[in-house]
Design a protein around this ligand. Structure first.
Ligand SMILES: [Zn+2]
Length: 259
């Protein structure tokens, strides 16, 4: 016998969007947790999945800090390609919607796992970058941080004034999360009463802990993802299934009427 998966009808989706907007409207503090899924529509390849860059380069071989130390030139060839993709990317309607929510007073903070700076480019002001920022390079020897645009990438690996090798100021495999971002993210998660989880499968620690921290303190979880995640049937209160670039503008359109 064939099992036909029940799909949400248009009316059901509208009802869920309305419910989500009302939760956000009533909340004291709403925090968004975003992941690769929100930037896919801007052309940035996700680690997981099979598109583009990560078909060519195995993340474990290229995105581990030991690989960069051992083979800086080889790893920088990949990093330069990634930098070019990120620098050419523009915010999509999902990033713009979150920026608009902040402007309207409906969003307190964004915790992002992305390093692409697209939330800030869209106009969001309070962004906690869990995995660092591709907009800066950091020296492996002295720790100096240098804005990306001041560094010439025509010869790789690029070097610091001290002679040390530079790396993008992002968290590689084998490196800890920046402690300041981690503490900020934990605080925001504990203090919010609605968490909006967007475009993340919520399986990578410690980012995946944030929705549980929020839920433990009584927050409601609204999830926007194309597919179900481990959160969906455990702690999610409202699951808005679809791409972030489609769902979030609809949510903001409702919120605009509630200002
Ligand atoms: Zn240095």
């Amino acid at each position: 016998m064939l099992t036909i998966r029940k799909r949400l009808g248009m009316a059901d989706m509208e009802r869920l969007l309305d419910k989500a907007a009302k939760l956000i409207r009533r909340a004291r503090a709403v925090v968004a947790l975003t992941g690769a899924g929100i930037s896919v529509e801007s052309g940035i390849p996700a680690f997981r999945g099979t598109q583009g860059l990560w078909e060519k380069y195995d993340p474990m071989e290229y995105a581990h800090i030991d690989a960069l130390r051992a083979h800086p030139e080889k790893v920088w060839r990949m990093l330069r390609e990634l930098q070019q993709i990120v620098e050419g990317a523009r915010p999509n309607p999902a990033h713009l919607s979150l920026a608009r929510m902040e402007q309207l007073g409906f969003l307190r903070a964004i915790i992002t796992q992305n390093i692409d700076h697209l939330h800030q480019d869209a106009g969001s002001r309070y962004v906690i970058e869990f995995h660092g920022s591709g907009h800066k390079l950091a020296c492996l020897s002295c720790g100096e941080r240098i804005p990306r645009h001041l560094v010439d990438l025509s010869s790789i690996p690029p070097r610091c004034f001290c002679g040390g090798i530079l790396k993008p100021d992002v968290v590689f495999f084998g490196e800890p999360i920046p402690w300041r971002a981690l503490i900020q993210a934990q605080e925001e998660s504990k203090n919010c009463d609605v968490m909006l989880v967007v475009g993340t499968s919520a399986v990578v620690a410690p980012a995946c802990d944030m929705p549980y921290l929020a839920k433990d303190r009584g927050a409601r979880i609204i999830e926007v993802n194309t597919e179900e995640t481990p959160l969906t049937r455990t702690i999610t209160d409202i699951f808005l299934q679809g791409s972030a670039g489609t769902i979030l503008p609809k949510l903001v359109a409702i919120l605009e009427t509630m200002v």
